[in-house]
Every structure is written in C-alpha cells, then in structure tokens.
Design a protein around this ligand. Structure first.
Ligand SMILES: *Cc1c(COP(=O)(O)O)cnc(C)c1O
Length: 398
C-alpha cells in the first residue's frame, strides 16, 4: 500500500483521487477543481500542456534515459546551454539531480568542498535562516528550521554546524562578525520562505548578505527551488542579487517530471577544476540529466520566454491585490501577496480546520499548512478562475 507524505496514516482522510487533469483543473470522478497550489508549486503551465506533452513523447520515441557517467546527449546539453543564457551573470555550470532536496545537498557539498579544496579546513559551518525549509533529506533538514524536524535535535543534540538567524540585517552582521572564519556558506530561500510559512522579506537583506559574503569570502547560496521561474514576481531573485550557487527545482520541468539543478558560478566551478582527481565533485545521482526531464524543461523555459510569463505573473499579482484589498477578519493575522503567491496567515491554525473540504466543494483544491491558507496558482490561470480561488478563500471567513 501507499505510505503518504507528511501524514499520520492511521487518521489520514482519504485523498482525492485524480482521474484526469487539464489546464488549472484537476478532475475526480465527482467533480472538477482548480489546483490553487500547482501540485506543490511546480505546474506553472497547467496540466496536459500540448507542447510539454509532445516534448516528452517525442523524446521517449528516441530514448527516455541514459546515465551521465561516461555518456551525454542532446537534451541535457541543450538544457545546460539554455540555462547558461537564461540565468544571470556567470551562473553557467549546471549539475543536475532528481529532486530539490538532492540539489540542495549538492550545493551544500559544493560549498564545503570548495574550501576543503583550498585547504581551508576550518570552514565547516553553514549560516541559514530561522523558519528555513530546504528539503527533507538529512543535511537539508539540518540547515532547515522546520518544527516537524525538531525531533532531529532531540535525537542528535544541538546542531553544531548550522547557525540560524532571522531575516534582519543586525542579526546578519552579528553572525558574520562572530562566525565568518568558520562559515563556508550562507543559504537562503530568497525573498519568500515557502514551507516555513510563506514569509516575505525585503531585498535589502540580500543586498547586505551579498556584501558580507564578499567581504568575508563566504559563498552565497540561493535555494530558488520554490521562488524560481517567476513566483516572487521576479524571474529569479538571482536577477536582483547574484548568488554563487543557485538551486532550481519544482517548476524547472513545468511540474512534469522530478528534476532539479545546482548551478555554480565561475568562481565555484574553478575551485574544483584541477589536475588533481581528489578535487572533483563526488556526486552523481542515477537519474541526473534524465532525457525526458531535460526535454520538457527546455520546452518549459521556451514557453516561459515566448509567451511572456512575467506579464502573466504581474497580472496575477494585480488581480490578487485588487481582490484582497481591504479584506480582514479578527481571526486573520496578515494577508501577504508577492508575485504569484498569496498567503492568508491566521492567528490560530485551528481556524483552517475543514477548509480543504470547504474549498473542494466549491471547486478549488487547497492544502493549508501551519497557519497559512495560501495560493500559488498555475500562471496560465484565467481571471475568472483566479477570482474563484480568492473568493473561496474569503468565503471561509464569512
Ligand atoms: C520543495 C523545496 C525543496 C525540496 O524539493 P524536493 O523536490 O521536494 O526535494 C527544497 N527547497 C525549497 C525552497 C523547496 O520549496
């Protein structure tokens, strides 16, 4: 039987069984519902997009997968070339993997080994944010700050190699002053902390972080697994402040197949480039550079550019602002909007109990977590569909 994610299997409510999906719509036997969270923020072009489906079909007719150990192929080369052009600055070196968590692991390993390769053995610590989420594997749990994983602390004791700070400049300055000799990297979800509660913060924090990383020779990692491809209203936050390592996942393949990439800049890449085999990056997921995933990712990026998705995202943001303007309730802590993300944070998580079923009955799929009711819709959503999602959120409080 299936063991479902983040669920107490004994008390779990029956999941909705999807039999078909098209555009923003998920279909069960009984009804259709708008996927207001894009299958964990990944399905930016909607379901059953003809161009993406065709990309996979035609690649499958040739071959679906060959490993990158000793072999290479056109889809992975084309995608790497495309990303080199599409991403800002000298973020040119693509290491592919099968999921966001693994891609973050690769980024953290890169940062550590970068200094080991230089003989700076004391740089063992990672700076990260409170309420950070970077994935579910062990090291990503450790650099994250998710309450669900605090059992790790109980089991292993305090984290010796991770320092967490809030998104405030004085805390950032203090941490650098105190730990700069031991830090190899500062990892952040830039501007929008997703799974930690849809927390939004100002770009000035990242500008300062870049400055301090430069001053103290610490690598800056942006985990844009969630924020990449327009979710914050920027193509990438990396367009505003450039990190040394950028991690992309989720929307990379338009949500069609799990794939992710860790992109290094010139400086990081050249920390490994050497005649010494011991200085190579020792990593290689079986399915890295999967040909189906690369083919669909390439088409996804082409769609994003050719159909001017940034305009679509700005439209989503302005409709959302218009519809949510002046909306308040005693039970609401704050309504936050950024690009293609809206979050209604409630004071007490119990306020959201039963909301999923309420939304389902109104033709909207939603999945509140912590004290967040939120939407991250597919970018191809129509105005009418988006208004329906937002009306459903507001109706819960009436
Ligand atoms: C979802 C997410 C991850 C993990 O990606 P998976 O593909 O689920 O392993 C990592 N970082 C951030 C910011 C995410 O939102």
């Amino acid at each position: 039987m299936i063991w479902y994610p983040y669920q107490q299997m004994k008390t779990m409510k029956e999941p909705y069984k999807i039999i078909d999906a098209e555009g923003v719509w998920l279909k069960t036997k009984e009804r259709e519902m708008i996927d207001s969270i894009s299958s964990w923020w990944s399905v930016i072009h909607g379901y059953k997009h003809p161009v993406l489906t065709e990309a996979i079909k035609s690649q499958a007719d040739r071959f679906s997968h060959v490993m990158l150990g000793g072999l290479t192929h056109e889809p992975v080369q084309k995608l790497a070339d495309k990303l080199k052009d599409f991403l800002p600055g000298d973020l040119d070196y693509c290491f592919f993997s099968d999921s966001g968590s693994v891609a973050v692991e690769v980024a953290l390993k890169m940062a550590l080994q970068y200094y080991v390769n230089r003989g700076e053995m004391e740089r063992t610590k990672v700076l990260s944010l409170t309420h950070a989420y970077h994935g579910d594997t062990f090291k990503t749990m450790e650099v994250g700050d998710d309450e669900d994983y605090h059992f790790i602390l109980e089991a292993y004791g305090e984290k010796k190699n991770v320092i967490h700070i809030p998104t405030q400049i004085p805390a950032l300055e203090q941490a650098f002053e105190k730990y700069h000799q031991e830090l190899n990297c500062f990892i952040v979800e830039p501007l929008l902390q997703g799974a930690g509660g849809m927390r939004m913060y100002d770009i000035s924090f990242l500008v300062k972080a870049r400055e301090l990383c430069d001053r103290y020779g610490v690598l800056l990692i942006f985990d844009e697994v969630a924020t990449g491809f327009g979710r914050t209203g920027n193509r990438f936050v990396a367009d505003l402040v450039q990190p040394d390592i950028l991690v992309l996942g989720k929307a990379l393949t338009g949500g069609y197949i799990g794939h992710a990439v860790t992109v290094a800049n010139h400086k990081v890449y050249h920390g490994f480039y050497s005649d010494d085999p011991d200085k190579a990056l020792m990593h290689g997921p079986t399915f890295m550079g999967n040909a189906l995933a690369c083919s669909v990712a390439l088409k996804s990026i082409e769609l994003f550019e050719d159909e001017d998705y940034m305009t679509k995202i700005r439209r989503i943001e302005s409709i959302t602002k218009r519809e949510m303007e002046g909306f308040t309730d005693d039970r609401i802590q704050e309504v936050r909007i950024m690009g293609g993300c809206v979050c209604v944070e409630v004071k007490d998580a119990s306020t959201l109990k039963g909301y999923q079923q309420f939304a389902y009955e109104r033709g909207v799929f939603s999945r509140p977590f912590l004290n967040c009711m939120y939407a991250m819709v597919p970018y191809i959503i129509s105005e009418e569909e988006l208004v329906r999602v937002l009306d459903t959120m507001k109706a819960w409080f009436r």
